[in-house]
Ligand binder design. Structure first.
Ligand code: PEP
Length: 254
């Protein structure tokens, strides 16, 4: 049984005041979460505040991005070592916004996975197809290529130390959620692909669903056998909504 992971991707949102309030709300409600693991990924400037607010709580800290470089003359970048120093456990890699807006390809993503692993961070690797790709019937091929790109560069072992997130691009921030059946189909496909190379890794790896997940649709999504949690964007900016998703994770795992 894989423990559900409910991770909030706050993206580029928040002020010191709103982040303080959001963290307090999540910490307050987290004690009542029995089975799900909860994590939040604030923007970099709020990591220290988050580290302090989450101390002593079960809520884990993550970051939204990292540099593939160790350190040095890389203006504007943030290293894996820095994230580890601020108490991060997780870091999101290969989010579709970074692939589409910042040109991150398999080579960059594979290098970031290696950087994360070298400092003991667990990457949450995102994969997913665009609406056009889905409508062309290419969903499986796109996902298989995204997985294979990392296998080629880092080996199947790379999947033994990360979490995956299936995030259909057309469902991110659009309010258009994949149906539980659509999501389950792709999650099962991902697990089957990995099983072709390592049964042990395929059974162990958590595959989160991401794309307009909220309190109302989370129970049906999280009840699917191959959906092991959620990567939550918009709904993670509201403590009650985020905690409702974590409760749905509890119910699915109970
Ligand atoms: C995301 O960006 O990872 C995401 C899932 O966003 P949203 O929940 O807002 O669709």
């Amino acid at each position: 049984m894989r423990q559900p992971l409910i991770a909030g991707n706050w993206k580029m949102n928040g002020t010191k005041a709103s982040v303080r309030q959001l963290l307090a709300g999540i910490v307050d409600g987290a004690g009542a979460i029995t089975h799900s693991e909860i994590a939040v990924c604030p923007p970099f400037p709020f990591l220290q505040m988050a580290e302090e607010a989450l101390a002593g709580s079960p809520v884990r800290l993550g970051a939204q991005n990292l540099s593939a470089e160790e350190g040095g003359a890389f203006t504007g970048e943030v290293s894996a070592a820095m994230l580890a120093d601020f108490g991060c456990r997780y870091v999101i890699c290969g989010h579709s916004e970074r692939r589409a807006l910042y040109g991150e390809d398999d080579a960059i993503i594979a290098a970031k996975l290696a950087a994360a692993q070298s400092k003991g961070l667990t990457a949450i690797l995102c994969v997913g197809e665009t609406l056009q790709e889905r409508e062309r019937g290419d969903t499986d091929k796109v996902i298989a290529d995204q997985l294979e790109g990392i296998v080629t560069l880092r080996g199947i072992e790379a999947f033994g130390v990360i979490e995956l997130a299936y995030e259909p691009v057309w469902a991110i921030g659009t309010g258009m959620t994949a149906t539980p059946a659509q999501a389950q189909e792709v999650h099962a496909f991902i697990r089957e692909r990995l099983a072709g190379q390592s049964q042990a890794i395929a059974q162990k790896i958590r595959i989160l669903y991401g794309g307009s997940m909220k309190g109302s649709n989370a129970p049906d999504l999280l009840a699917q056998p191959d959906i092991d949690g959620g990567l939550i964007g918009g709904a993670s900016l509201n403590a009650d909504e985020f905690l409702a998703i974590a409760r749905a994770g509890d119910e699915a795992a109970a």
